[in-house]
Structures are given as C-alpha cells and as structure tokens.
Design a protein around this ligand. Structure first.
Ligand SMILES: *Cc1c(COP(=O)(O)O)cnc(C)c1O
Length: 354
C-alpha cells in the first residue's frame, strides 16, 4: 500500500454530480441559473493574454480591494482563495489544527473532512429537533465553525445570536468561523462582527450569488491578525492560488453589484414560490434563507424521490449520511420556469405514489 496512514484514514468529500450532457434541469449543486455579469464577460474578452507569461499578484489585491469596499473593511482584512472551499481549508489549518472544534451535527459536509486532513479534534453538536442551531450548545470552550445560513437545511441563526457566540469564543480565546456562502440570499449578514471581535472570520464565495462556480473564487473577511494567519498557511502551500484572469473577472463581477442584487432578487422570488408550491402538495419544506430548499414528503424516502425526479429529468441532492436528513431533498432554486416544472413533476410523483 503506497498511501500514508494519514491518507488511508481520510474520508473524502463527495461533490454533487456534474452531468456531461445538458439533458437535465440541474438543481443539485446550488449553482446560479443566470450567467455571470456582462462586465465580467467584457473584462475576460479584453484580457491581454500575453500577460499570462507573468505570475499573478500573490495577494489578488485588485479583487480584495473591491471585496473590502463592499464589506466596509480594509483591504488588509480580506483573504482571497481558489473557491471558498480552499479558504476554509486554510482556515482549518491556521486556526483549528490540533484544537477542539465544535460544529452543528448537520452542517456543510466538508468540515469533518478538513478536520481529518488537518488533525482537528472535531465535535459534532446535535441541532434541535426542528434542525435549528442552538448557539449555547456550541459554547464548550473550543473553536466553533458553522455555516450561516446553514447547509443543507437553509435555516439561519439571527446575527444577534452569533454576536453572543462571538463574545463567548472571544472570551475563551478561540476562533469563530462563520461560513456565509449563502448570505446574499438572507436578510442580514454578520460582517459587522469582524470589526467588533478580532477572533471572528467570515467566508464568502463568488460561486452562488455571483454565478462564478466555474471560476473558483472565494474570500475571507476578518481582523488583520486572522488574515495574517491565513496568509501564513497559504504561503506554506501555494503562493499563487488565484490566476490573473480569475482576479480580473472576479473584480468586475463583485463591482457589478446591481446585476448581482437583481439576480438574487429573482432567485428569492422563485424560492418563495417553490416553498409555497411544495407545501401545497403536502411536502414539508424548511423556511430557507438560501438559494435552495430542503424538503421531504412523508410517504416517500429521499432516495425514491430523488430517483423519481431523475427519471423526469431533474437532478437534486440527497444526503444519506445521517438518519435525520436521509429523507430530505436539497433542491437548488433555478429560474421561475424551472421551478414551475419541478413543482409539477413532484406533484405527479406524489399522486402516482398513492
Ligand atoms: C458551496 C459552499 C461552499 C463552497 O463554495 P466554493 O467557493 O464554490 O468553494 C462553502 N461553504 C458552503 C456552506 C457551501 O454551500
């Protein structure tokens, strides 16, 4: 066996299916149904490829400056990475390695994976019966990481509760990581906490709200102390995590706020329609603050629902890890037209089942 004992012991993350053809209505990986900003497209077309002979800016300063402006922090409080998954990995290595880390038991499934890779003492804390996160249960003397709004439930903890968690983790000298991959679809975000508490790190992604999942660009917002820690780890791994085109396209996309806000508004409308439509056919739907809904039907298993939708041309996600969520589907919000088709398909599936 050639694998190291560390590698042998890992359980890798499994990403949602990316079909090779486009016959499916793809609602399984929380991508945005709209194209990226036309400004981003323009920047790409006008890029001078002869510059690619040079290495890119290690700090992605042009992008960080724009991200900082938008978040109301200094550029030195932003760390950019190759997707927020990479940003999260660096944060786990920088702040959680060999520490106790408390996370809700239903959360983004990459956290336990990174914990194994970086030798983090991972402690899963059960969420409540209604899947909501109790912040007091996460106050156990260690570091804390949570996605807010949460994945795959779509539920959000109010920022007032996160502030209590920030106060607590600050008082015990540990880092609080808030993964805000879906904050654009919520009614509030926690960015104000980074200037109040130097132990709070927020991560964001350009994948969902800015339609750039294929570009791979995410960032963290935090105190200069935490951002220095992130850079320390990054520069032990790869100094050039974001390429020159990624920096330029990402900057143009984040600067085009109006375009992004408009798409987010359409997605939130389609989400509200979907929640109502699925409830009207008897499904249980958690109140979502994201670009997906988490839904179940008591007469059918999650696997059966997923398979039936697939045969009707829809890809959705189902998680078999954990008895409490096994029968739920995580359905990405697409265009209104796609969601109308999805609701009709689910109605047929449910009728055929009785
Ligand atoms: C999608 C997602 C990410 C990863 O986003 P990328 O920037 O595409 O790597 C991180 N955290 C959560 C909770 C997500 O849902």
């Amino acid at each position: 066996m050639y694998l190291s004992s560390l590698a042998q012991g890992l359980t890798p993350y499994v990403a949602g299916e990316q079909p090779k053809n486009q016959v499916f209505i793809k609602l399984n990986t929380n991508e945005n149904p709209y194209p990226p900003s036309p400004m981003a497209e323009k920047v790409l077309h006008e890029s001078n490829l002869s510059l690619l002979r040079l290495y890119p800016d290690t700090d992605a300063s042009a992008f960080c400056k724009s991200a900082a402006e938008q978040s109301g922090v200094k550029p030195t409080q932003i760390f950019a990475g190759n997707g927020s998954d990479e940003v999260l990995a660096f944060a786990f290595a920088a702040f959680f390695a060999e520490e106790k880390l408390f996370c809700p038991d239903i959360t983004y499934s990459f956290y336990p994976v990174y914990s194994e890779l970086f030798r983090v003492d991972y402690r899963a804390v059960p969420v409540r019966e209604d899947f909501s996160v109790c912040v007091d249960d996460l106050m156990q003397g260690g570091c804390v990481a949570l996605a807010n709004p949460n994945a795959p439930t779509g539920l959000a903890v109010p920022v007032s509760e996160l502030r209590r968690l920030a106060e607590y983790t600050h008082s015990v000298g540990k880092v609080l990581l808030i993964d805000e991959a879906y904050a654009a679809f919520n009614t509030e975000n926690a960015v104000s906490l980074v200037n109040e508490f130097d132990n709070v790190l927020i991560t964001r992604t350009m994948s969902k709200s800015h339609s750039l999942a294929g570009l791979r660009l995410g960032y963290a917002i935090g105190s200069e102390t935490l951002i220095d820690g992130m850079n320390r780890v990054k520069n032990c791994f790869n100094s050039y995590t974001i390429d020159m085109l990624g920096i330029a396209v990402g900057k143009a996309a984040i600067d085009d706020r109006e375009y992004c806000d408009n798409n987010v508004r359409k997605i939130v409308e389609a989400r509200e329609y979907t929640e109502k439509a699925l409830r009207s056919i008897g499904m249980t739907v958690l109140p979502s603050r994201t670009n997906f809904v988490f839904a179940a039907y008591k007469g059918l298993s999650g696997a059966a629902l997923q398979a039936a939708l697939r045969s009707k041309g829809f890809l959705v996600r189902n998680f078999q890890n954990g008895a409490r969520i096994r029968d739920y589907l995580r359905i990405t919000i697409g265009t209104m037209e796609q969601m109308e088709k999805l609701a009709a398909a689910l109605e047929e599936i449910i009728k055929e089942s009785v």
